[in-house]
Design a protein around this ligand. Structure first.
Ligand code: ACO
Length: 449
């Protein structure tokens, strides 16, 4: 029993201040007092609540971890009710406007904005780790010709661990740092190789004269020209997209990185788990699902019927809704501001843009969505930008993965330094049979009885 969760002698709570919770177990009549710290009670305090000495004690049940804080974190603050997102206290709007993706990466990982020297050193390090081992090309060629670029990225990030066995030494400061550098630096190279492989195009090697984002665009799109010519509007928009995706506290993929990281494998393996978490349509795969949805709707005339289908429960309005934001996702607002600029830079007309605008307007004006606090999330608009940049649909989630890599590594580093570190190991409520006997094959009737 902790000194914070005490069963009181006389059944009365010994409240020593306002920051406590008094719980009466009606099975026994016992009253317990638990400390409230940072708006939280400790789940382990409930274990003290028992009906008998050999009782296991109460557990908390929280499918999807909707109301469970799994760690203390100083990286990202979100106020979902008011649409606020801050990294290390700095509002995302300021970072998107004034910073660069590499500077934000440094901020996430090391907790403060870099000085000029620190930033130059950081950029130098990242730039000089963008190459991947030549064997990665052999590895890539093993995939089927039509392999999904996200599947290839996920597998090749995991494979990086075999190239850097020293990264297993997760207690070593230098190994932690250089693994973070390698992951952030190599992710665009792996992503671009996966993209080129899916199109049957030769790989383009990193160009150290370009910015992080410029180099990525070059590795994607360069053909026979000696040097890839960048449009600064596209370079800026993509850099902003990477910033907006850089971290988002304990989401599905960051939680996957922490859970896997808690068994202490190298960080490449933990980040591969993050990629896997991101792949699904309810998380990073939502940007693909949004574009497919817009393509399927096809024209603004079809928007009302589509929304009716959503309200009838036949499908979801992809790119809307968020576990934490119950207001307009601030990232969606910023991205929206870049859509027109990118379309102008690419001289493209997007018929899907009209559908997206009509869909958003109608949904925001519809009681079904407003009463559930469903607003556009970061992925509602990103697909339109990626499409205008000629990024194929299958590669949208890979773009997200590049942006999220510093966040995953910041979460992982924080976990490695956590004084309360424990391997992740949730509990369950067992609902299956007990004390069943093994039945020989010739006595089984197929129904399980
Ligand atoms: N379209 C229609 N209805 C929705 C949507 C949606 N996109 N999202 C939630 N709802 C409804 C649910 O049906 C539910 O209604 P009910 O109370 O009548 O049953 C209510 O809103 C609450 O939804 P939950 O599923 O309980 O919310 P949860 O927090 O578990 O899910 C999620 C959040 C997964 C993001 C959900 O909103 C969703 O599926 N959105 C679409 C996929 C998407 O855009 N994902 C990207 C998220 S951002 C990111 O990962 C980067």
């Amino acid at each position: 029993m902790t000194d914070k969760a005490q069963a009181t002698e006389d059944g009365q709570a010994q409240t020593d201040g306002a920051e406590s919770l008094t719980v009466t177990d009606n099975r026994t009549g016992e009253t317990y007092e638990m400390e409230i710290t940072d708006g939280t009670v400790r789940a382990m305090d409930f274990r003290e609540i028992k009906v008998s000495d050999d009782d296991f004690g109460l557990m908390t049940y929280d499918p999807g971890y909707s109301n469970t804080a799994s760690c203390r974190s100083a990286i990202t603050y979100i106020d979902g009710e008011n649409g606020v997102l801050e990294h290390r206290g700095i509002p995302i709007e300021q970072l998107a406007e004034n910073s660069t993706f590499l500077e934000v990466s440094y901020l996430l990982l090391y907790g403060h904005l870099p000085t000029e020297d620190e930033l130059n050193q950081w950029i130098y390090e990242i730039t000089h780790h963008t190459y991947v081992h030549e064997n990665i090309k052999d590895f890539m060629s093993g995939f089927r010709h039509d392999a999904n670029p996200m599947g290839m990225t996920l597998a090749s990030v995991g494979a990086l661990s075999t190239f850097y066995p020293e990264a297993m030494d997760v207690k070593d400061e230098y190994q932690r740092h250089v693994s973070a550098v390698r992951l952030i630096a190599k992710m665009p190279t792996l992503a671009a190789f996966a993209y080129r492989r899916s199109l049957g195009l030769p790989y383009v090697y990193p160009d150290n004269d370009l910015t992080y984002t410029g180099n990525f665009l070059s590795m994607l799109f360069k053909m026979a020209e000696p040097s890839y010519v960048l449009d600064p509007r596209i370079e800026k928009a993509l850099d902003v997209l990477f910033i907006l995706h850089a971290d988002h506290e304990q989401n599905c993929s960051a939680a996957a990185v922490r859970v896997v990281g808690s068994s202490l494998p190298d960080p490449f393996s933990a980040v591969a788990a993050g990629c896997a978490g991101l792949y699904g349509p309810l998380h990073g795969g939502a940007n693909v699902a949004v574009l497919k949805m817009l393509q399927r709707i096809g024209s603004t005339d079809n928007v009302p019927d589509f929304l009716q289908g959503v309200k009838d429960g036949n499908e979801r309005l992809m790119g809307f809704g968020h576990r934490v934001y119950k207001n307009y996702d601030p990232r969606a607002k910023i991205i929206r501001g870049h859509v027109d600029e990118v379309l102008e830079a690419t001289s493209k007309e997007s018929p899907l843009l009209d559908v997206a605008i009509e869909l958003e307007n109608r949904a925001l004006d519809d009681e079904y969505f407003t009463s559930r606090k469903l607003y556009p999330n970061v992925d509602y608009w990103s697909g339109i930008i990626y499409e205008a940049m000629n990024i194929p649909l299958d590669a949208f989630t890979v773009m997200f993965a590049i942006g999220r890599t510093p966040g995953w590594m910041a979460q992982w580093l924080e976990l490695m330094n956590d004084e309360e570190f424990k391997i992740a190991r949730p509990r369950q409520i067992y609902t299956g049979p007990r004390e069943a006997d093994y039945v020989p094959m010739n006595e089984r009737n197929g129904s399980g009885s």
